[in-house]
Design a protein around this ligand. Structure first.
Ligand SMILES: NC(=O)c1ccc[n+]([C@@H]2O[C@H](COP(=O)([O-])OP(=O)(O)OC[C@H]3O[C@@H](n4cnc5c(N)ncnc54)[C@H](O)[C@@H]3O)[C@@H](O)[C@H]2O)c1
Length: 366
């Protein structure tokens, strides 16, 4: 997947003339009364209605907002395809600082724009938007997920996201060591927030040795107080060089795998929840060259989107958990394809996702 960036003319050129874009529809939304300025980008509806969250962010320029919406929407097509969902990829961005401009009036206006697409786009939470915001958007638009349980939603998605990452990690162990068990393996978790701390619980339950780090001391303390066996290191730099580390799980911010971290990483597997772990194209090859198995981020962290998709049909935790458990098989299939094609797993995941979208687009419906 290649990034879209630059001035409006470049963005339009990418959209209509480059094989890196290929988006179906981009909607620019403005509501002067509430101050809403938003971009809704639909990359593909080949597999079904486009599904992806709403990012609320103070973009420096409108062109930057459009470029971000296009990139994120494209990413969702791949993520939803590999999660086995009957959903295409879309994403929306609302321009502005959510702490300053977010109001009920603005969210309702946004909901009306999403509703105007008649179900071609289903929205959810992302950076800067929360379950409570989706409850408001849902009052204006039925194609809204990520709502609170009181409003028919599934609530916090981090439980199933962590479960999916854990399944991806077991599949990685199976591929590399011939056994999915993480018992007595040493796993380093960078970022023990909502997803990371649930992941730690899975790992401890299986008998893994766990090492953690987080910039927030209260997040570290929450785990260390409950589980004295968990080792704590001061920062991510120390974690990635930890002696005897078998698995590295980035569960904080993007860009964890970069020119500084990959050469010194002691782990043999990388599998974590963070989005956009590869800092730039080429890092996936650097990992492969060092013999490090990388479980593609958007595949193993799909538990959250599996949950919001399920919410559309009336959320059922067990059904959803069963779907998230399939991340194990999907991850193995990616490693197998990578081996057959002689490419890194990140590229194999892209190929498999493209194949599914391509085949669905050719299948007559009805
Ligand atoms: N929540 C979900 O369902 C979900 C789904 C898919 C992907 N993700 C991704 O997973 C990651 C974690 O999500 P979350 O919901 O747990 O977020 P979170 O904010 O609850 O947790 C992130 C944790 O990382 C810590 N952190 C930040 N910078 C750090 C650093 N430099 N070193 C160490 N720790 C650092 C934070 O203090 C925090 O405790 C994010 O990248 C998110 O985009 C989350």
């Amino acid at each position: 997947m290649t990034d879209v960036s630059g001035a409006p003319a470049d963005v339009l050129h990418t959209l209509f003339h480059s094989d890196q874009g290929g988006h179906e529809q981009v909607v620019l939304c403005q509501d002067r009364a509430s101050g809403l300025k938003a971009v809704i980008a639909l990359h593909s509806t080949a597999l079904g209605p486009a599904l992806g969250g709403t990012r609320f962010y103070p973009y420096a320029t409108e062109a930057e907002a459009v470029a971000d919406a296009l990139n994120l929407a494209r990413g969702m097509s791949y993520k939803n395809a590999m999660a086995g969902l009957d959903h295409g990829g879309g994403k929306a961005v609302i321009i502005g600082d959510p702490d300053v401009v977010k109001t009920e009036e603005l969210l309702l206006a946004y909901g009306r724009f999403v509703a105007s697409l008649g179900g071609r786009y289903v929205t959810a939470c992302d950076v800067g938007t929360y379950v409570a915001d989706m409850d408001v958007v849902a009052r204006a638009c039925r194609w809204t997920t990520g709502r609170s349980p009181e409003n028919g939603g599934a609530g916090d998605s981090s439980v199933l996201t962590a479960f999916g990452v854990y399944q991806g990690m077991r599949a990685s162990a199976q591929h590399l060591w011939g056994d999915p068990s993480l018992r007595d393996r040493t796993v380093g978790v960078a970022g023990v927030g909502k997803v990371g701390h649930h992941l730690v619980e899975h790992l401890l339950a299986e008998g893994a040795r766990v090492v953690i780090t987080d910039v927030r001391q209260e997040a570290v303390r929450r785990i260390a107080d409950k589980h004295p066996s968990v080792a704590v290191v001061a920062d991510t730099e120390r974690l990635i060089e930890f002696d005897g580390l078998d698995v590295y799980a980035p569960c904080a911010l993007g860009g964890a795998l970069n020119d500084a971290s990959v050469p010194v990483l002691t782990a043999k597997i990388v599998c974590g929840a963070a989005n956009n772990q590869l800092a730039h194209p080429g890092v996936e090859k650097d990992l492969a060259d060092r013999g490090i198995l990388y479980a593609p981020d958007y595949v193993v962290n799909a538990g959250g989107v599996i949950q919001v998709a399920d919410e559309l049909h009336g959320f059922d935790f067990d059904r959803c958990r069963a779907k998230a458990a399939k991340i194990f098989d999907t991850t193995l299939a990616i490693f197998a394809r990578a081996k057959t094609d002689g490419i890194p797993p990140a590229a194999a995941a892209d190929r498999l996702a493209e194949q599914r979208m391509h085949e669905a687009a050719r299948t007559p419906v009805g």
